[in-house]
Ligand binder design. Structure first.
Ligand code: BTN
Length: 326
């Protein structure tokens, strides 16, 4: 048998009836199959099938012949129907149990015309991608999410979206009491270890951005994984936070909406200031790896065009556009 790679992964969906059953279960404590079938104008068998599907999706529902169905718990899984309310930019959510990479998938969907505001989330990735061609190790249970935007701006302004993505995630993580900082351009670090990585990939046309995919990976829990690649990684659970993925994704998307609309309004200077407030402290000794060499110096500033400014060992200011802070 021959499969197309793209069709191997299917987003998880539920039908309208199932959503209605779920909403009624959330609203009322206990509800009988008879009431549900009467209210939703369908057979008891149809209701039973919805309950079965919801249980498969890890909703805990008890059923008793006397009282009926009771929703005991909602799983911490960012299903679209649990996420899609309350946003202005984000409206089209997709969730995959497994995928190659949320960035790869969303990039190809964007080429086929997916709308701005599409959010693709996965439980695990088989070919997670990091910056500079690295692999992003993606075991189940962490956040792997990509968002699609169409900012209609010049390619060089895209650097600012890279920066604001970092600020958005750091602000969302700070809301849960963790003092996260942004390391240029947009790694999120806690205690000098990496909590989150962001990979922005754009399609350009005549020097303008056609669309941009912002891929965000947040380590929620990394216990039992002892790989040398993860020696400089930290997870939210190691920071003492036991937050649901749904809540954190929601907080990140809210912050992103806030900062992205500031960007669209041309408030780049505000974003730069917010970035500097939350970035590594001025004067911190850092090493920067450019294509050609490693430079040691002190973190000094982020310029109006998004470049990092360091003070090198001779006290000279150096502006660097493309590099990695080690
Ligand atoms: C980095 O190297 O710091 C960037 C890592 C970005 C990882 C995220 S996880 C979701 C999205 N899909 C990918 O394949 N990569 C990004």
């Amino acid at each position: 048998m021959c499969f197309s790679v793209l069709s191997m992964w299917k987003p998880i969906r539920i039908g309208t009836k199932c959503k209605q059953v779920l909403n009624i279960l959330k609203e009322r404590k206990v509800v009988s199959g008879e009431e549900l079938s009467y209210e939703l104008h369908c057979s008891r068998t149809a209701i039973w099938k919805c309950i079965k599907r919801l249980k498969e999706l890890r909703y805990q529902i008890s059923s008793s012949p006397r009282s009926g169905y009771e929703l005991l718990s909602v799983p911490d899984i960012p299903y679209p129907w649990e996420m899609e309310e309350g946003f202005t930019l984000f409206h089209n959510f997709l969730y995959f149990e497994e995928i190659d990479s949320t960035n790869i998938k969303l990039f190809s969907m964007a080429k086929e015309g997916a709308p701005e505001g599409t959010v693709l989330i996965a439980n695990r990735q088989l070919r997670g991608r990091g910056r500079c061609g690295r692999v992003w190790i993606s075991p189940p249970g962490n956040i792997y999410m990509s968002i699609l935007i169409k900012p209609q701006c010049k390619a060089q302004d895209g650097t600012f979206i890279t920066l604001l993505s970092g600020v958005a995630v750091a602000c969302a993580i700070r809301e849960c009491g963790v003092s996260a900082r942004v390391k240029w351009p947009n790694d999120i670090v806690v205690k000098n270890k990496k909590l989150c990585g962001i990979l922005c990939e754009s399609e350009l046309e005549n020097g303008n951005i056609n669309f941009m995919v912002v891929g965000i990976g947040v380590n929620m829990i990394l216990s039992n994984i002892h790989l040398p690649e993860l020696k400089n990684a930290i997870s939210l659970s190691e920071c003492g936070v036991n937050m649901s993925r749904r809540e954190l994704i929601r907080a990140i998307l809210k912050q992103f909406e806030r900062l992205y609309s500031a960007f669209l309004e041309g408030r780049k200077e505000d974003i730069r200031k917010m970035y500097l407030e939350i970035s590594l402290p001025k004067g911190k000794v850092i090493s920067i790896k450019t294509e050609k060499k490693i430079i040691r110096g002190r973190f000094w500033d982020v310029d109006r065009d998004g470049a990092i400014v360091i003070l090198d060992n001779e006290g000279k200011r150096r502006k660097i556009y493309s590099a990695e802070v080690l």
